[in-house]
Design a protein around this ligand. Structure first.
Ligand code: IPM
Ligand code: MG
Length: 369
């Protein structure tokens, strides 16, 4: 509990359902603040498609400055069909990459938790207990490596001219790998003490460096069991034995892919939060892992729980308000156990209470007390 000055939260509502779900999370955050005796001060700024419309760029510099000056960033979602025709370097999604690199948010935490009451929403027949933390490297690798294209008049084996060549490169330094692997070991130490490095070390030199560095960091964590898994095999094992995973650490690209898979097997992408963290003194960024769902924007169908749980992660990892974080997570567990269901998690079973975005938010506020 703190009586000092209010936490400064930069709020990026974004596009599509972003404004609805972020408003829900702000209500819950403010309510938790009142209950636990601390203040929050919101600074709403633009990024994504709405920023392109208002200022011509997806990430205006004032937005990045406002984020840098805050204690944490709460983000909804960006993008939508309206901006699909824009050339790649100015698309709404560039805002996300700019925020990640601009704030130095190298560690992306994506917990994949199956709520027992939602097991029927998982496409897996016998999902069992799933509680996986994916730690994805977020500011390096092929997303930020050297890329380009050129014309080549060289010939292929069959005599065809090669023509245009485009390339992206996956490069990781020892330092980049070490800091994220250390973080992952720390998280594993606080949970099930198992860490799996997911890579493609049978093919990629960069993956072999990940293994080398992870093996050397492992000597500082004798209490954590480290194992290695090729990414193709990992996609199978996540379906075959999801309960056996604890913490996964992996590169930017592999983390992007397997976190979608983990989202799928836990039933609803509308339930999963995320945190992106950098150095201790930099603000963390918190957002649901789902997108802007423009098809349901304004209909009240959006599930606000992933964003509400992202606010809880913010309280835990950036603001140090662990009791408030626990209270929000407990309130979400309670409303799910009590049967409150937005359309994405409804199964039609007896005892379910169908609610819209506001109804779900009200239920969480009530459970929060
Ligand atoms: C994600 C998204 C982004 C990514 C896109 C929108 C740039 O898929 O956060 O997983 O690839 O990182
Ligand atoms: Mg993704």
């Amino acid at each position: 509990m703190s009586t000092s000055s209010p936490y400064r939260i930069a709020v990026i509502k974004g596009d599509g359902i972003g404004p609805e779900i972020v408003s829900s999370a702000m209500k819950v955050l403010s309510s938790a603040a009142a209950r636990f005796g601390f203040g929050v001060e919101y600074n709403e700024v633009l990024a994504g498609g709405c920023a392109i419309d208002a200022c011509g760029v997806p990430l205006p510099s004032y937005t990045l400055d406002a984020c840098r000056a805050s204690d944490a960033v709460l983000l909804g979602a960006v993008g939508g069909p309206k901006w699909d025709g824009i050339e790649p370097s100015r698309r709404p999604e560039r805002a996300l990459l700019g925020l990640r690199s601009g704030l130095g948010l190298y560690a992306n935490l994506r917990p994949a938790l199956l709520f027992p009451e939602l097991a029927s929403a998982s496409p897996l027949k016998n999902a069992g207990a799933i509680d996986i933390l994916i730690v994805r490297e977020l500011t390096g690798g092929i997303y930020f490596g050297e890329n380009g294209s050129y014309e080549s008049s060289d010939l292929l084996a069959d005599g065809t001219v090669k023509g245009k060549v485009a390339y992206d490169t996956e490069a990781y330094s020892e330092g980049e790998i070490r800091r994220i692997v250390k973080q992952a070991f720390e998280f594993a130490r606080g949970r099930g003490r198992k860490l799996t490095l997911v890579d493609k070390a049978n093919v990629l030199a960069s993956s072999r460096l990940w293994r080398e560095v992870a093996s050397s960091v492992a000597s500082d964590y004798p209490d954590v069991a480290l194992d290695f898994l090729y990414v193709d095999n990992c996609t199978m094992q996540l379906i075959g034995r999801p309960s056996s995973f604890d913490v996964i650490v992996t590169s930017n690209m592999f983390g992007d892919i397997i976190s979608d898979e983990a989202g799928m097997i836990t039933g609803s992408i509308g339930m999963l939060p995320s945190a992106s963290l950098g150095a201790p003194e930099t603000p963390g960024m918190y957002e649901p892992i789902h997108g802007s769902a423009p098809d349901i924007a304004g209909t009240g169908k959006a599930n606000p729980l992933a964003t509400i749980l992202s606010a809880a992660m913010m309280l835990r990892w950036s603001l140090g308000e662990k009791a408030a974080a626990d209270a929000i997570e407990d309130a979400v567990k309670k409303v799910v156990a009590d049967g409150y269901r937005t359309p994405d998690i409804a199964s039609g079973a007896d005892g379910e209470i169908s609610v819209d975005t506001d109804g779900m938010t009200e239920a969480v506020l009530k459970a929060l007390g």
